[in-house]
Design a protein around this ligand. Structure first.
Ligand SMILES: *[C@@H]1O[C@H](CO)[C@@H](O)[C@H](O)[C@H]1NC(C)=O
Ligand SMILES: *[C@@H]1O[C@H](CO)[C@@H](O)[C@H](O)[C@H]1NC(C)=O
Ligand SMILES: *[C@@H]1O[C@H](CO)[C@@H](O)[C@H](O)[C@H]1NC(C)=O
Length: 432
């Protein structure tokens, strides 16, 4: 203990032991408190027999045929009631046209005649008795506000967040209650990722790009932040977000100008002048992707992607050579060298932008293509599925291990010292 006088060796030993005991007790209390809150959390209102219903975890296309008669009030017209909010906001149900290039084109069931099945979407909870189905967004606290159990209409779960941050997705009591899934997952019943079709806008010419690598992260997930830290040793990375910030000039995520959120507009303008954008997802869960990828592609700032290895399914047609994958490199150093090489070779660099001139190509036979250019609006598809009686008896659980340093070829910068058990071992050794 360097801060004590050298004469007091015994005292420092005792102090060390004392600190270890305090730390150990604190860890125990935190652990115990977590367990307690987990047990005493508000119980989820489940439907009768819900706990016994088998959860199908094997195949994704194990539909159960339900008859109209299974529901007390079969109706010609189907009303889908969006029961919960989305992140605390009421869903903006759209009555007229839908703009598929917009980020949230989801809340639309079609004009009269646009959908083969008469279909309406509403968020008016007073119409619960009429509902043919209820939609609940997976993000708490909405999950604690489940639809009325008296109405036997099916329940539909919607999620745009990966399971690491959405515990409902691996809770069998909750998942067994739902009959259909709307998700960013391309293997869900209704794939609906927040990833619009990238636009062909002509990119800023190579020689006019002053910037090298752009990074904007507000959530400092430790692995991607460490990767970026190491990358910065070998190549200039301009970081405008909260994580390893070294540049000013970008408006904050929730910053407003003239009462409008303008973060994304600013980001889109800025990234046009960068050759590369770090598109590091916050976790590597299967199929998990968000609009960062769209931003980079649309602005012609070549995405350097970290995330799900299923990303290729989001890059149909000519987009297949449009990104650089972090997983193709053994280390941040190697990746940096490649980015440096491309920064000095316009021909090699422009290959990543070929799709801007060639067009996206044929994407009609891909899942993401069908989402980008759907035959029917999303909630019309849901009505069609309800009309056919295509429902699951419970949804598959979606587990996802949090990302680790090793996954991305990094050593744990904490050397395992923060690990709970090694802490105890070190403590015991110290006290002996
Ligand atoms: C759709 O939304 C995009 C982006 O907000 C906008 O630029 C475009 O003009 C809109 N199109 C229509 C038809 O409203
Ligand atoms: C630049 O890239 C092109 C295409 O990959 C390659 O043929 C050429 O040799 C490269 N030039 C240099 C100087 O590395
Ligand atoms: C679409 O893909 C499936 C399977 O990949 C294939 O069997 C089918 O022929 C394709 N259809 C068209 C029109 O390309």
């Amino acid at each position: 203990m360097f801060f004590l006088r050298p004469t007091s060796k015994r005292r420092s030993l005792l102090l060390g032991c004392f600190i270890m005991i305090v730390v150990r007790t604190m860890l125990f209390v935190v652990h115990f408190y977590k367990e307690e809150t987990a047990r005493t959390r508000k119980p989820v209102r489940l439907r009768a027999g819900g706990e016994e219903s088998p959860v199908q975890t094997s195949t994704s296309d194990s539909y159960v045929e339900w008859n109209e008669e299974d529901f007390p009030k079969p109706q010609r017209k189907r009303l889908i009631l969006y029961w919960s909010g989305v992140r605390g906001h009421k869903v903006p149900v759209q009555k007229t046209a839908v703009n598929h290039t917009h980020f949230w084109p989801f809340f639309y069931a079609g004009k009269p005649g646009e959908c083969p099945v008469p279909c309406e979407l509403s968020s008016d909870q007073s119409r619960a008795q009429e509902a043919s189905a209820f939609v609940v967004h997976a993000r708490p606290p909405d999950i604690s506000n489940l639809p009325p159990i008296e109405n036997l209409a099916p329940w539909i779960l919607q999620t745009n967040e990966n399971p690491v941050y959405t515990p409902a997705m691996y809770n069998s009591r909750i998942m067994s209650q739902f009959n259909l899934l709307i998700s960013y997952r391309l293997d869900s019943d209704f794939p609906a990722p927040i990833y619009p079709i990238p636009e062909l806008h002509t990119p800023v010419p190579f020689h006019k790009r002053q910037g090298g690598v752009l990074a904007i992260f507000s959530k400092c997930e430790p692995v991607r932040t460490e990767y970026m830290r190491q990358l910065m040793r070998y190549i200039q990375v301009d970081s405008y977000g909260a994580c390893l910030k070294n540049k000013d000039g970008l408006i904050g995520l929730y910053g407003k100008v003239n009462n409008r959120y303008v973060f994304k507009d600013h980001k889109l303008i800025l990234s046009r002048y960068y050759k590369f954008s770090l598109v590091f997802m916050n976790q590597d869960c299967d199929y998990f992707i968000d609009d960062r990828l769209y931003h980079a592609l649309t602005t012609g700032s070549v995405p350097v992607f970290m995330g799900t290895d299923k990303v290729d399914q989001y890059l149909p047609g000519n987009l297949k050579n449009a990104i650089i994958k972090v997983s193709d490199f053994r280390s941040p150093k190697e990746l940096a060298a490649y980015l440096e090489y491309l920064s000095n070779n316009e021909t090699a660099y422009n290959r990543y932008l070929e799709w801007k001139w060639k067009g996206i190509g044929d994407i009609s036979n891909t899942t993401i293509g069908r989402w980008w250019r759907p035959r029917y609006p999303l909630f019309c598809q849901v009505c069609m599925s309800l009309a056919k009686g295509k429902l699951h008896r419970g949804l598959k659980l979606d587990y996802c291990q949090p990302r680790t340093y090793v996954d991305w070829g990094l050593e744990d910068p904490n050397n395992g010292f923060t690990d709970y058990y090694s802490m105890i071992v070190y403590g015991v050794l110290y006290c002996l």
